[in-house]
Design a protein around this ligand. Sequence first.
Ligand SMILES: [Zn+2]
Length: 175
Amino acid sequence: MASKAVRGMDRKERKRQPGPIRAENAFMQAAIDEALEGIGRGHGGPFGCVIVRDGEIVGRGHNRVLAEHDATAHGEVNAIRDAGRRLGTHDLRGCELYTTGEPCPMCLCACLWANIDRVWYGCSIADNARIGFRDEAFDARFGSRESFGDYLKETDREACLELFDAYLGTGPETY
Ligand SMILES: [Zn+2]
């Protein structure tokens, strides 16, 4: 199963560890909480996102692909739209984005269009693929991410892997 591949740990063993998912970074924690809300409501995949400016959350979103019947309703896109509405601008320079899964090519490009300064992600593209999403296959068509350098930074992968496991435990519909 994906979970075993992701963590290299027995699934039953992990299920014995109760308690909430705790991230080191408070903004990634908010992104995880956003994702959990979406999972609980059956909105879509385990992808939550917050946008931060000057230490404050100015936008939030989670994956709503199933809820909206919209293939583009990814957490990052929804958070960018939310921040734009709240701040009254399409220009999000000075903002950093936190997302539970490394952005797909569509969302990464949306971050560039929005002038987001930096993207922090928990699980990698490969992790996204291991729980049944097509990110890696799509990404391969666009080539390497090396050119993004410091623009994409990983944080709290362990906590986000727990989130992915919680999602898998719901027996979700993949798309
Ligand atoms: Zn995306």
